[in-house]
Design a protein around this ligand. Structure first.
Ligand code: CP3
Length: 339
């Protein structure tokens, strides 16, 4: 049993680049929309292992992807910390963090509890998956999670979180550390139940300049990664919008760096030689005609390193992408061969 995906994470040679897609289980798939209607709301779907496992497997069955990512959300593990979460359909936090005393009321369960549904989903998926298909666990990075906790929803300007970090630096550091420790325990539990690699999504890293990124985002992410070193599974850091941070990313204690489409693939590969690279087709390209998708995918592969490369989009697939366009992307990678 050899997983092309895991081999690439460890920068060992593979016959062709492995491929999977962020948000590969989701609303662009008719079979997802059918189960989503049956479950009612999104959080119920996440918390029902039988349905969540089925949704995880849908894109793998349809496209023959090299990895499955367990179906959940980056915000679901905040509920065991005492956070009131709903999706309408964007995320909404009923009791956002606005003051240092709100940080103190966050309770981190030790040992980790409160997401047993995910453990069961992972076990079900692992049992059903082909042995060569890797199973990924994931979580949000401390900076991205802190942004949601303080803003209360998806933000455009990130003014509340920056105000909080600048006004209460000690409380912000305490919040980031707590989130790092909680997510380390959460990922450990995912690995114990079948995850073979873990991805940390830092979706809002690109909102920060170098100095702030170092202190507010990268240092807490390092703290999280360092607690996972003994697990022996590849650690992936999705560094969204981080073209200006490549020098800093070179020393991240993880195996793979995921980059977005604004970051140059060949430049990232040159600067991050100690890491495998994942990415980075603009998800918007999947709105173009299949022949153009094919050309753009081949152009991306031409810039990719020969070893230590995982094909993916530069961010999540959007709900309006036709299924046949996703097929064009995945097929192009699957039919490519390193000469
Ligand atoms: O990748 C996968 O297929 C696994 C599942 C997954 C979801 N969310 C399912 C989901 C993963 C890995 C995520 C991560 C996530 N969630 C991130 C990091 C990745 C990124 O996009 O930057 C973020 C920032 C979130 C927060 C979040 N969750 C938002 C902003 C939204 C609503 C936005 C929208 O698309 O409407 C969600 C909801 C969500 N998470 C959906 C899905 C399939 C849509 C819910 C629905 O079915 O109505």
């Amino acid at each position: 049993m050899t997983s092309r995906f895991l081999e690439a994470c460890w920068r060992r040679p593979v016959d062709r680049p492995p491929v999977w897609v962020m948000r590969q289980a989701g609303r662009y798939l008719p079979e997802y929309r059918a189960i989503r209607r049956k479950a009612g709301d999104f959080l119920t779907l996440c918390r029902t292992p039988e349905l969540a496992a089925d949704v995880t497997l849908q894109p793998v069955r349809r496209f023959g992807l090299d990895a499955a990512i367990v179906f959940s959300d980056i915000l679901t593990p905040l509920v065991p910390l005492g956070i009131e979460l709903s999706f309408t359909p964007g995320p909404h936090i009923g009791n956002p963090i606005r003051h240092p005393s709100d940080v103190r009321r966050l309770t981190v369960p030790v040992p980790w509890t409160g997401t047993g549904f995910l453990d069961e989903t992972l076990e079900r998926v692992r049992q059903a998956l082909d042995p060569d298909t890797a199973l990924l666990g994931f979580c949000g990075a401390p900076w991205t999670l802190a942004s949601y906790l303080v803003e209360g929803t998806t933000s455009r300007s990130f003014t509340r979180i920056k105000q909080f970090a600048l006004t209460f630096p000690g409380a912000f550091a305490g919040l980031a550390d707590r989130l790092a420790d909680a997510m380390a325990a959460y990922l450990r539990s995912q690995v114990e139940h079948g995850a073979q690699a873990v991805q940390i999504f830092d979706s809002w890293l690109g909102t920060l300049g170098r100095e702030d990124a170092r202190e507010w985002a990268l240092a807490p992410a390092v703290r999280l990664f360092e607690q996972l070193g003994d697990l022996g599974v590849p650690r992936i850091y999705f560094a969204n919008g981080a073209g200006h941070l490549l020098d800093e990313l070179a020393s991240m204690p993880c195996e793979v760096i995921g980059i977005d489409w604004r970051t140059g693939l060949s430049e990232a590969a040159a600067k991050l030689g100690g890491h495998a690279i994942q990415g980075n087709l603009d998800p918007g390209v999947l709105m173009g005609p299949p022949e153009v998708i094919r050309q753009r995918t081949l152009a991306m592969l031409a810039q990719a390193p020969r070893t230590g490369y995982i094909a993916n989009l530069g961010h999540g697939i959007t709900p309006d992408v036709p299924v046949s366009h996703m097929t064009a992307f995945v097929r192009t990678v699957q039919e490519s061969h390193h000469a």
